[in-house]
Design a protein around this ligand. Structure first.
Ligand SMILES: [Zn+2]
Ligand SMILES: [Zn+2]
Length: 303
């Protein structure tokens, strides 16, 4: 089952020739979720051949420009390209006003409907659920109100191997009983046990997106044990004071959060333009938390 992240932008503050502003596509079972939408995001979607009409849910972390200034442009392009399907936008409540003002002054009347979902900046909250997935928002600590997002697959179904279904001619009611942990007796008086015919369910995976935030241990319970954690690392430890002053984190601080939260893997990003190489961030973080990687535009990370 697909569960992967495509990095569209991972630079802080302003777009540069090296990095685009923050944005990622999360693909879970071929459903596409857009995380933040910095300036130029729609060009990045084209560049990496992501079918953006398939995006139904957009999640904005906060209202610093490097995380949402591409949103009005994307909404407009979706309209010009003939979108009819509803779009759901999660984020600060002011987004509705910002978007509607832009549409009103340009006399743009969308052919599709936008559902606005205002997030809670005080506590963790479930904001989306379907048969296989839950999405939560949770507070981060930044200069203005900001949330992270957690994607967690629900427990997966127990599967019965096809060879056994054929061998014992299992009927739907028998399959349900076996999946519920009960043994059954076939018409030929053979006892079939779940242990014999069921495969253990696949492990459910999870991904947490934390941008932007200062070092803040309060967020740890919200991301405990996730398989992949994206945590901003705007600075290196040499700029630790600047990180604190601007409500951002260093690579070492991101690694400390990853370690204390017991996550599987750490992904770094949201780099200040003062640094030339992404590897510098990994070098610093991996001393504390070895299983870490850097984001860069176009990179796909499997969860
Ligand atoms: Zn930012
Ligand atoms: Zn910010």
């Amino acid at each position: 089952m697909t569960f992967e992240i495509t990095i569209l932008g991972c630079g802080a503050a302003t777009p540069t020739l090296k990095h685009n502003a923050s944005s990622q596509v999360v693909n879970i079972h071929d459903k596409l979720f857009l995380m933040d939408c910095g300036e130029g995001t729609q060009i990045q979607l084209r560049k990496y051949k992501i079918k953006f009409q398939r995006i139904q849910h957009i999640f904005i972390s906060h209202l610093h420009g490097d995380h949402y200034l591409g949103l009005v442009g994307l909404i407009s392009s979706l309209h010009l390209l003939g979108r009819k399907n509803d779009l759901h936008i999660y984020g600060p409540s002011e987004l509705k006003e910002i978007i509607e003002l832009n549409l009103r002054v340009s006399q743009t009347y969308l052919d599709y409907f936008i559902h606005y979902h205002a997030v809670n900046f005080e506590s963790k909250e479930k904001i989306f659920e379907d048969h296989s997935l839950e999405i939560h928002s949770f507070p981060l600590k930044h200069r203005i109100p900001c949330v992270g997002y957690l994607f967690a697959e629900k427990p997966k179904q127990i599967k019965i191997r096809k060879e056994y279904i054929n061998r014992y001619s299992l009927q739907p009611s028998e399959i349900i009983a076996l999946k519920n942990g009960q043994s059954i007796t076939t018409p030929k008086n053979i006892v079939v046990t779940p242990q014999e015919v069921c495969d253990a369910p696949e492990k459910s995976k999870s991904y947490a997106y934390c941008s932007d935030t200062m070092y803040w241990e309060t967020l740890i319970p919200s991301i405990q044990g996730v398989d992949l954690l994206y945590h901003e690392s705007t600075f290196l430890e040499s700029e630790k004071e600047r990180a604190k002053h601007t409500f951002h984190s260093t690579a070492a601080q991101a690694a400390t959060i990853a370690l204390k939260a017991g996550v599987g893997k750490l992904l770094l990003g949201h780099y200040s333009s003062r640094y030339a190489e992404e590897e510098e961030f990994v070098n610093e973080a991996s001393v504390i938390f070895p299983n870490c990687d850097f984001s860069t535009e176009g990179k796909i990370i499997q969860v």
